[in-house]
Design a protein around this ligand. Structure first.
Ligand code: BTN
Length: 250
């Protein structure tokens, strides 16, 4: 179980503002080989989705950014990269625990708790994705979470075991490479597996959009990232990230 090009080059930092920012500086100044990983023990301004801060205690978790050149992915279908990467992180987590799912767009959940967040930043040249920075925060050995992030969890909290971070990087790299190659060869498989792993896929749940609450089920996720919901009255509603939130039915 060894990746060939993902993680072949690895930059390891004690502390950095954000591995995504560091990777962004690298690609601004140079042509960077595909698969380079920037890994940090600590981030002073780890970036999350929706401008949130990503919490991670020093040397406890995976904080890394991978540089890819997915020139085989159309700009208007760039969410395919997110699907493949989410599947890879879920594959890795699945080797340690059960009940792993992907919460749209790309959070990794175990049961109802978030174990990993992904922040993908693409650089376009014309109609081509020239660089993608795949930022992954994956909670491994941390047991206390102090920020107000909803329901964080780590592998250690779930299993009681302590994991070796270097081993986790190698294993995760293997799955990223596998899912990335799969995306290149057969994106229908990526789409099929993504929906199969999706949290609340085909289950009615309460959602909120533009101040309105409604019950609907997820029936698809487009390759541009749009979430497709169907209400009980069979009305189809489509949302981009941040336009809709999940409210749990109790
Ligand atoms: C989320 O909010 O769910 C996404 C979190 C992404 C965090 C990772 S940690 C490594 C990389 N560097 C960053 O600054 N952010 C991502």
């Amino acid at each position: 179980m060894k990746a060939k090009f993902i993680g072949k080059s690895l930059i390891e930092l004690d502390a950095v503002s954000s591995t995504n920012e560091y990777a962004l500086d690298l690609i601004k100044n140079d042509i960077v080989a595909e698969g380079l990983i920037v890994f940090a023990k600590y981030q002073t301004s780890g970036k999350g989705q929706k401008d949130n801060f990503w919490e991670s205690e020093k040397s406890k978790n995976l904080l890394l950014s991978i540089i890819l050149h997915p020139n085989f992915v159309k700009v208007e279908e760039q969410f395919l990269i997110s699907k493949a990467v989410s599947l890879a992180v879920a594959d890795f987590v699945n080797t340690k625990v059960d009940k792993v799912s992907i919460k749209w767009p790309n959070d990794i959940y175990v049961d109802d708790r978030k174990i990993s967040g992904i922040l993908i930043e693409n650089t376009l040249s014309g109609n081509i994705i020239s660089n993608t920075i795949v930022g992954i925060g994956l909670n491994i050995n941390q047991i206390d979470f102090i920020s107000d992030a909803p329901n964080p969890v780590s592998l250690k909290l779930l299993t009681g075991k302590t994991y070796i971070l270097d081993d986790c990087i190698n294993q995760l790299s293997f799955f990223i490479e596998k899912r990335y190659k799969e995306l290149n060869n057969d994106f229908n498989k990526t789409n099929f597996d993504y929906l199969k792993s999706l949290y609340l896929f085909n289950f009615f749940n309460l959602y909120e959009a533009k101040g309105e609450r409604f019950v609907a089920k997820i029936i698809d996720v487009e390759n541009n990232g749009e979430l497709i919901l169907e209400t009980r009255q069979k009305e189809i509603r489509k949302y981009f990230f941040k336009e809709v939130s999940f409210l749990n039915l109790k």
